[in-house]
Design a protein around this ligand. Sequence first.
Ligand code: FAD
Length: 274
Amino acid sequence: MVPISFEFYPPKTEEQRSQLDRTAARLRDHAPDYVSVTFGAGGSTLSHTPESIQRLRGQHGYDAAPHITCMGGSREEIRGLLKLYRALGAKRLVTLRGDLPSGMVSPGDLRYASELVEFIRAETGDHFHIEVAAYPEMHPQARDSRADLEHFVRKVRAGANGAITQYFYNADAYFRFVDDIRAAGVEIPVVPGIMPISNFSQIRRFSDMCGAEIPRWIAQRMQSYGDDSTSVREFGAEVVAQLCRRLVDGGAPALHFYTLNLAKPTLNVLSRLG
Ligand code: FAD
């Protein structure tokens, strides 16, 4: 198997904290390379990411990498966050533009992930290993896939070391994307983001928002299971495990699992991968 990593979101309540603790403990045996924690929109003071990084590093012994976004505020506020993450021992950052929460008009001083990568390099040199986002099925706000690819290349040239993809269920989209960026001279590793399926209506909602396509054959089969959640889980795990096998056989350098802070859906896929 290739190296794996797990993504969590930062809990805000005691109950969510306990859930993250249980999930982090249950995933431990799979010895991930690192885990990452998303950055909630709304500014650094509202984000619980630093607290979760501290918890996952201190209490669970994980190499925990924070996500950081342009929504982290002004340059000064982002500078503060970088200082905090260095002090917490972080050496890897997942660097993104983020999305504006509804009702918010200005994202801060930086507009695109490429500007944030550039800023982090200028502020901290080579201290951080920087991951950026990639979209094999195109970012939903991009003008077209060619423009999206050009923007991706710009983001890498600004100083990214690696990329993690938006989730997808169509392996060919990933292989084509990698071929395209290699043709454009980009050599960094591109790690597929894997979204296990355990609750189909939730995945469908996410996919509508982020532009990930659910192939018709998967959607039809899921619909046929109706309320039979065991069959949904079993079929979902089999489909995603098969996708992972294809990706690894085709050269994917690692796999990054979107856990949604639940252990079981990810474990169901990993157990099938052996
Ligand atoms: P960018 O790379 O800046 O691209 C955004 C859009 O702008 C694209 O359409 C691109 O083509 C276009 N663009 C880029 N540069 C230019 C330019 N110079 N001129 C014109 N157009 C341009 N969101 C969060 O809020 N918190 C998280 O923790 C988080 N984690 C994520 C982790 C992963 C692995 C992924 C794949 C996504 C994550 N997201 C997160 C979601 C992400 O923030 C959104 O998808 C967001 O809309 C785009 O972020 P980006 O970094 O890809 O943006």
